[in-house]
Design a protein around this ligand. Structure first.
Ligand SMILES: [Fe+2]
Length: 372
C-alpha cells in the first residue's frame, strides 16, 4: 500500500528497523493498543496487509462534515472576537476565531489565554496548519521558556529504542516529531503527565497536529484537581504527605540511564494554589523510600488513586483535525492518546514549556497555601 514518506521519517535508523515488521507482513504488536484495536476491527485475520485492507475498507468514503449545534461563549479580547466552546463542564475549552501566528501580538490576548488555560487545564485551537515551525515556537514562547524534547535539558533522551527521539525537525532540536503510520505505528498511550521522571517536569506541552487520521487518534485529558477531590477523606489523609517514585521507560533513557524522580503524591499547583493528585499510571511505580505503609496497603492505595484516572466526568476528549493545537498544563491534567487509528497516518509536533519562574519548576506540596 503506497504511502508518502517524509525524509524526516526515513532518515531514522530505528524507523527503518521497525518498518521491517511491516515488510514481513507481521501485524502490529498485540501488546500495544494499536495492535489490540486492529485485531478487534479485523477479527480472524493474521496478516498485516489483510488487516490493513480490511480496516481501510471500513473507513473508506469518510468525508469531513459538520452537524448539530455547537454551544460557545462569545468574548471580545482587544480586537479579537473569540468563541469559547467548552468541551466538558470542568475541563477543556476549544478557542475558535484566533490566528496564533498574529493575534498574540496583543498582550491582552496572551493574558486572556493564560488565564483561560489555568482555569480550564487544557485549551485547544483549530485551523492552525499555516503556522510554520518557527511560528509554533513563537506561540509557545508567550507562555514559558521552551524546553528540550522532554523538558529540562539535564536529561534529553537518546535511547536507540525511541523512534520519535531520532526523527528530527531540521533546525528545531527542541521539537519532538510524533509520527505514526501504517508501517511504524506509535502512540503515547496510558494516562500520564509529560516527563514526570524529570526532577523538574515541564510545566506544559503544546501539540500541533499536522496530519490527522480520519477516525481515531483522539487525545483524552483528565483533571488532576478532581482526581484529588474524588479520593475518600481517609485516603487523602493517609497519602497526603507521601512521595512517589516516577520511573521513565526504556525510550526515555539517556546514555543507557533510565531516569527517575521522586515527587509528592499531593501537589500544590504553583499558580492556582489548589491541590492535585500527582499520581498516574504512566510513570509512578511505588511510594518513595521512607514511608511505613505495608506493601499490601501501598498497592491498594496506588490502585485507588490510579482508578481516579479517566472517570468520564473528569475528562474531555479532543478529536484532532489537520492544524489543531492543544496546549495543556502538565501540573493539572493527565493525558492519554488513543491508539486506535492504525493503519492511518497521524503526524504530530510537540514542544514542552517550562515555567518562566524557575523557583516553581520543582513539584511541592504546601497544604497551608490553598486557593491563592
Ligand atoms: Fe505525553
Amino acid at each position: 500500500m503506497p504511502e508518502k514518506k517524509t525524509e524526516e521519517l526515513t532518515d531514522s535508523a530505528t524507523y527503518r528497523k521497525h518498518a521491517e515488521r511491516a515488510k514481513a507482513d507481521k501485524p502490529p504488536s498485540r501488546a500495544s493498543p494499536i495492535g489490540t484495536v486492529a485485531r478487534s476491527r479485523a477479527p480472524g485475520l493474521v496478516s498485516r496487509s489483510e488487516m490493513q485492507r480490511h480496516i481501510l475498507a471500513q473507513d473508506e468514503n469518510l468525508v469531513p462534515g459538520h452537524f448539530g449545534t455547537v454551544y460557545y461563549k462569545p468574548v471580545t479580547v482587544g480586537s479579537v472576537e473569540l468563541k469559547l466552546e467548552p468541551l466538558q463542564p470542568s475541563i477543556g475549552t476549544l478557542v475558535h476565531g484566533i490566528d496564533l501566528a498574529t493575534d498574540l501580538d496583543d498582550p491582552k490576548v496572551v493574558t486572556f489565554l493564560r488565564e483561560l488555560w489555568l482555569e480550564r487545564r487544557v485549551i485547544m485551537f483549530r485551523d492552525q496548519n499555516h503556522l510554520t515551525r518557527a511560528q509554533m515556537v513563537q506561540f509557545a514562547k508567550h507562555f514559558g521558556e521552551i524546553g528540550a524534547s522532554h523538558g529540562e535539558r539535564e536529561h534529553i533522551p537518546n535511547s536507540p529504542a525511541a523512534v520519535s527521539a531520532q526523527i528530527e525537525a531540521p533546525g528545531f532540536p527542541d521539537m519532538l516529531l510524533l509520527s505514526s503510520d501504517a508501517d511504524v505505528p506509535h502512540i503515547a498511550g496510558g494516562w500520564h503527565c509529560d516527563a514526570t521522571w524529570q526532577p523538574r517536569p515541564p510545566m506544559g506541552s503544546v501539540l500541533l497536529c499536522r496530519e490527522a487520521p480520519p477516525v481515531g487518534g483522539d487525545t483524552c485529558f483528565c483533571d488532576c484537581y478532581s482526581m484529588w477531590d474524588g479520593l475518600s477523606e481517609a485516603t487523602r489523609q493517609r497519602v497526603e504527605h507521601l512521595a512517589a517514585l516516577h520511573v521513565g521507560g526504556v525510550i526515555h533513557q539517556m546514555n543507557g540511564v533510565t531516569p527517575q524522580a521522586v515527587h509528592p503524591v499531593a501537589r500544590t499547583h504553583p499558580e492556582t494554589g489548589r491541590t492535585t493528585l500527582y499520581v498516574q499510571q504512566g510513570f509512578v511505580r511505588r511510594f518513595a523510600e521512607g514511608h511505613d505503609i505495608p506493601e499490601d496497603e501501598e498497592k491498594a492505595l496506588l490502585l485507588e488513586m490510579k482508578m481516579q484516572q479517566g472517570r468520564p466526568e473528569n475528562t474531555c476528549r479532543f478529536k484532532w483535525e489537520d492544524g489543531s493545537i492543544a496546549m495543556w498544563d502538565n501540573r493539572a491534567v493527565l493525558h492519554s492518546g488513543s491508539g486506535d487509528f492504525w493503519p492511518h497516518r497521524r503526524m504530530m509536533e510537540r514542544l514542552t514549556i517550562l515555567d518562566f519562574d524557575e523557583s516553581r519548576r520543582t513539584p511541592y506540596y504546601s497544604p497551608g497555601n490553598t486557593e491563592v
